[in-house]
Write a protein that binds this ligand. Sequence first.
Ligand code: PLP
Length: 225
Amino acid sequence: MKTIAEQLQSVYQAIHSFCSSNATAQEVSLLAVSKKHPADAIRQAYNAGQRQFGENYAQEGAEKKAQLADLSDIEWHFIGPVQSNKTQLIVDTFNWVQSVDRGKIARRLSKQRSPALAPLQICLQVNISGETTKSGMAVSEVFALAEQVDALPNLTLRGLMCIGSDNPAHQQQEFTRMQQLFEELKQQYKTVDTLSMGMSGDWQQAINYGATMIRLGTAIFGSRQ
Ligand SMILES: *Cc1c(COP(=O)(O)O)cnc(C)c1O
């Protein structure tokens, strides 16, 4: 069995060689998705150089952050569905929320985020596959919500996030559409620089369609219980 440090090195290597052999123009950052893995797994990845971590559950993220209080330069990203009763914990714990998909949630996050902290960095989650089981907003709602988030204090609009469908034929269309939306949004808002797209099974494809951030869990930490 490979250690987390070794897995992470292989992932960095794979991303680097993929980007150089495909002449992808954009820089790609790696979000290590640590949900359902213990704080110690995060510490191992940290010691191997990783700084950006993604969590899906507010309580779980807050507990791990407390256990890792000595690692103060970790950037914590919330990537799970945002429940109204968890927004205070989310704004107190995380640097980014990538899964904002409605105005009500954006307003709560803005209101609860302490102005003494840096603004919360926001991505809008798009339900690009249109599957009813997936969270995120419809494509048609993106620009209206972007306008709201941009106008709210204590939030900075950074871009878009999506989860592609498992069907590779659909995926290509979905990623193409996300790339178009992202380019349009970037034209309108100078703070927008992030297209968070691609997971362990589809990150290469996502980079080909302009992803600037990929979110890998299994490839780094192994399978989850
Ligand atoms: C779990 C999760 C990931 C990572 O998935 P893997 O397939 O383990 O790489 C990425 N993004 C989101 C939103 C997730 O919930």
